[in-house]
Design a protein around this ligand. Structure first.
Ligand SMILES: [Zn+2]
Length: 131
């Protein structure tokens, strides 16, 4: 692995979502609680940080928004997932990164033009994700 990190962008405003090795999102829970969440951007890792007063219940659906333009990052192809853009540090290629909006759900998908990789113990069949 190189020293350089992948870049992560909002698909709407193209603003950078990664700061200090974390992804930053504005989020809102089903109970209408709002808070900032920092996610580990390493594909396949699922630890996240948030303020102690902002609590997530396991399995709760969380709306992820761009902290810069407030665009809702829900994936058009699958409403249970959020989608952001990823630029690979090694190959400089553009990818779409999908991750579950459910708190505690471990699934991430990296999509290039004709290549999909699934990560995480809760990852489902790619066919179930998009079709
Ligand atoms: Zn944005």
């Amino acid at each position: 692995m190189g020293m350089k990190e992948n870049d992560y962008l909002c698909p709407k405003c193209k603003g950078h979502l990664n700061v200090g090795g974390q992804l930053v999102f504005a989020t809102e829970t089903q109970r209408k609680h709002k808070g900032l969440i920092m996610l580990n951007p390493k594909v396949g890792e699922y630890d996240y940080k948030h303020h102690t007063k902002f609590s997530l219940e396991k399995g709760e659906l969380v709306e992820f928004k761009c902290p810069m333009c407030q665009h809702n990052l829900t994936a058009e192809k699958n409403n249970d997932h959020a989608m952001i853009l990823m630029v690979g540090s090694e190959d400089n290629a553009d990818y779409e990164l999908y991750f579950s909006k459910k708190a505690g759900n471990k699934s991430t998908y990296v999509v290039a033009k004709d290549d999909i990789k699934a990560f995480g113990e809760d990852a489902m069949d790619i066919d179930d994700l998009f079709y």
